[in-house]
Design a protein around this ligand. Structure first.
Ligand SMILES: [Ca+2]
Ligand SMILES: [Ca+2]
Length: 263
């Protein structure tokens, strides 16, 4: 019996010894690895080509995206001179000369022309929503749509996604007026519940509750207001306002969206 237990202890002891030696051997193998793997040093030589090929693609793209002034046809001005006595905070001073040309990639055009328009006021007081994108920008009677009081919006469905470079809006230019809380947004969601990008917002005190903006208020003229859309990509464009310095109603003569189809 004694001899048997000794053998058992001896076997158990040698097992413990083996277990202790194993990690040590593994560690030794690890430290040897870098030296023992000269074949791995070959890999870097095969890797670089894909990244070196890339730069030529953007170069070719910028060549086809030559910048050109966008062609904005202006309506007949309805008044001359600088308006006075408009008491609006954060009001932009008139330029005193025509707006400088706005540059966008060649092929950029008004992609809002004749596109469908919906609104928070589906039954306008005067005119129809289709006037917003019918191409007529004249300031007289019959050329504008009049929406109800308070915060109202129009939404243009461009019917496809575009890269948008500029939005030009004519609210009303028969007299020099200022529209309150002008907010312009782009989205891929027709309800503007998600993916909303705000391109312009002069509601500095957040009275329209879309978040306070930092843009300046401006006097309406026949030039319309050009908003830099900075190449945003979207299908829908929405414009808010909250009445104007003459009354609490909202008006649109035309909205142009200068963009290019996504490729
Ligand atoms: Ca129009
Ligand atoms: Ca406001």
């Amino acid at each position: 019996m004694r001899g048997l237990t000794f053998i058992c202890f001896a076997i158990a002891g040698s097992l413990v010894l083996q277990a202790c030696q194993k990690p040590a051997q593994q560690e030794q193998a690890k430290t040897l690895a870098p030296v023992a793997a000269p074949s791995e040093t070959k890999q870097p030589e095969q890797a670089p080509p894909p990244e070196q090929v890339k730069p030529s693609a953007p170069a070719a793209q910028s060549q086809s995206e030559q910048l050109m002034p966008i062609d904005i046809k202006l309506p007949k001005p309805m008044f001359v001179g600088t308006p006075t006595n408009i008491a609006v905070e954060n009001l932009e001073q008139p330029l005193g000369h025509p707006r400088p040309p706005f540059l966008a990639p060649a092929g950029t055009k008004n992609v809002a022309l004749k596109k469908p328009v919906t609104s928070s006021d589906e039954q306008p007081i005067i005119g129809e929503l289709s006037l917003v994108t019918d191409g007529d920008k004249e300031g007289g009677e019959g050329s504008f749509v009049e929406l109800g009081p308070g915060v109202q919006y129009v939404t243009i469905d461009l019917k496809a996604r575009y890269t948008i470079y500029a939005i030009v809006v004519w609210h009303y230019h028969k007299q020099p007026v200022v529209y309150h809380d002008v907010i312009v947004q782009a989205s891929d969601d027709r309800a503007f519940g998600s993916s909303v990008q705000t391109l312009f917002n002069n509601d500095i005190n957040n009275s329209s509750r879309k978040g306070a903006g930092k843009d300046m208020s401006y006097v309406e003229t026949a030039e319309g207001k050009l908003i830099d859309a900075k190449g945003v990509q979207a299908r829908y464009v929405r414009l808010y306002s909250r009445g104007n310095t003459s009354n609490d109603l909202n008006h649109y003569i035309e909205v142009e969206v200068y963009g290019k189809a996504l490729q």
